[in-house]
Design a protein around this ligand. Structure first.
Ligand code: ATP
Length: 206
């Protein structure tokens, strides 16, 4: 089985930014957000179940999932959120694990925002955390999502704290500095980790 590096971090911490740097080195990526979209693709059985449960208003004119409409319906309704999670989570998990198993590279980067919250660290050989201060996290997430501070704070509160996340980390990349200043350093750190992971993965396969 391929060596698995779990990459996690809070909302807006820079997981995609860091994952892109690994991808540039040819590292295969399994991305929880991508898989979460795949399982409800137009024509999928899960999308049909969601439409049956919540009505056609959650389906766009093109036959895809209307995420904004669905969010409106389940927002602040624990039972509805629970129903949706129980439907989607096992399928997403199965699909991700299958994708991980199918890898032929020495190691794979598994990008999961809720890696710790959903207790997926048990599937990882190592955990890499993208760490930022809460103030910077808030600022970047608000800017990227065009959200208000309260919305982002709420999401941050539903995630583990920075300290809890760091406690689970084997490796940490700090992403506090603006990219204009830090890009070169980040690339160097990613390259160093890449070489380290290749060595660890090689040992596992010996
Ligand atoms: P999420 O889990 O919320 O989707 P993420 O952890 O994948 O987020 P990114 O999408 O990589 O985070 O980054 C969040 C935002 O911050 C993006 O708009 C990104 O361009 C920006 N960003 C990331 N790192 C930096 C940095 N070092 N300096 C400035 N902006 C950054």
């Amino acid at each position: 089985m391929t060596y698995i590096i779990g990459l996690t971090g809070g909302i807006g911490s820079g997981k995609s930014t860091i994952a892109d740097l690994f991808a540039e080195l040819g590292v295969p990526i399994v991305d929880a957000d991508v898989v979460a979209r795949e399982v409800v693709a137009p024509g999928s059985p899960l999308l049909a179940q969601i439409a049956e449960h919540f009505g056609q208003q959650v389906i766009t004119a093109e036959g895809g999932l209307d995420r904004a409409a669905l969010r409106q319906i389940v927002f602040a309704d624990k039972d509805k959120t629970e129903w949706l999670n129980q439907l989607l989570h096992p399928v997403i998990r199965q699909r991700m694990l299958r994708q991980l198993q199918q890898q032929t590279a020495l190691y794979v980067l598994w990008v999961v925002p809720l890696l710790i919250e959903n207790k997926l660290t048990e599937y990882c050989d190592r955990v890499l955390v993208v760490d930022v201060s809460e103030a910077i996290q808030l600022q970047r997430a608000v800017r990227r999502d065009n959200s208000n501070i309260q919305q982002i704070k709420k999401i941050m509160q539903a995630q583990v704290s920075r300290q809890q996340r760091l406690a689970k980390a084997d490796d940490v990349i700090n992403n506090d500095r603006p990219l204009s200043e830090s890009e070169k350093d980040l690339r160097a750190q990613v390259l160093q980790l890449h070489q380290y992971y290749l060595a660890l993965a090689g040992k596992k396969h010996e």
